[in-house]
Design a protein around this ligand. Sequence first.
Ligand SMILES: *Cc1c(COP(=O)(O)O)cnc(C)c1O
Length: 484
Amino acid sequence: MRNLRSTQLLFQLSKPGRRCVRLPEPDVPVRALDELLPADAVAETPPPLPELAEPDVVRHFTNLSQRNMSVDTHFYPLGSCTMKYNPKRNERLASLPGLADVHPFQPEETLQGLLRLLFELQQLLAEISGLPAVTLQPAAGAHGELTALMVAAAYFRELDEKRTKVLAPDSAHGTNPASARMAGFQSVTVRSTAASYVDMDDLRSKLDDSIAVFMITNPNTLGLFDGQVAGIAELVHERGGLIYLDGANMNAILGIARPGDFGADMMHFNPHKTFSGPHGGGGPGAGPVCVTEKLGVYLPAPIVDCDGERYSLCFDRPKSIGRVRSFYGNVGVLVRAYCYILTHGPDGLRRVAENAVLNANYLLSRLRHFLPVPQGDRCMHEFVATAESLKKQRGITAMDIAKRLLDYGFHAPTVYFPLTVPEAIMVEPTETESKETLDAFAETMFRITEESLELLHEAPHTTVISRPDEVKAARTPVMKWTAD
Ligand SMILES: *Cc1c(COP(=O)(O)O)cnc(C)c1O
């Protein structure tokens, strides 16, 4: 049955004269508004605000807040997004007054604690990535991609080389070609083999002196580690190009492999994925970028520096591409990442990756009997199943499964991405889920494939709205209430 909890807006709940607070009669002389404010600052009619009692307001917003699924309420196996549990301890630490209540215009001497934290985070990310120069400024993964490509452009400008193209495999996240275009490059797609690795022949045929950067996600969006990556890097480097590693999938290789060691010249981290920053609903995130020594000079200014005693912001960077974000980036997200990394330590980070891979493989082995996984019987931190045969045989699509899962209290996996797999269902359980949760999910998935089409095509049945036109909802959202 559809959830009938009030779908009314505050404006519709409004009753004239209703109030949250009633103040006593004043015991001082009352002065008219126009005595206190210039006449043109006083509205002729009061603003059309809803009039409500406090319980109405509290219930309205509390009920709204519970319509969402979140990592704190539901299993959230959204492939490529690493929706792992966000430890509450990091929230407490990030809201300590010395971190949360400081102002970026305070004198540096009064920000030494925060600057030290950011400096050490730069060092930790350099160690984890194997790339020594770091900026914390970018505000998201995609912004990190753009920043790194601007760094590459500055590097080639200085070499006086005209390189106009950026390569990315067809399985790449959509942000890769988009960032390439925004940084002024032409984006060129490299084909994948049937096994979903980079097609080396296609790569060779597209490699020439016009290639600035090859962007690779490894493990890739199919949850496969492309073992050719060092060879790819060698080929690209021979032609004078750079390797960019999209680090969104670092959760699979933390403490096990370092991009700098397998050929990357630049990479971004997604602290809101890998280091458990809360995310969803568009932010805030961060996208720290790590690069090789020779590219370090082009990174945005300022960088956090230390002379052995005092921490400071270094603006003296003549070759820098300049700022990409105000102040030092989204500091709150960075503080959480710092706490997460120090809490785990090197061994703990390695165990994070091992358990993320173990959980994904366990789930893969439970699902593949009824939901084929075309790319093999093993994966890294995520895998992509396909509902293609279910669709052909029974008319059940990836969308039906995703929608029906909501009725059973599971957030849907990523569907219809990557584009290279038809009816794709991309599952990333993360390391923070128990065997019981994974079992319950696998059993529910199986149960859904046995359900009737009438039930599935109308799903979800328990949410406030069922199947909105998603494109229309995103492109032309109705943000304003009008009485008619
Ligand atoms: C999430 C993701 C991105 C983009 O990161 P944002 O922080 O969302 O901008 C880029 N590439 C891959 C593979 C991703 O999963």
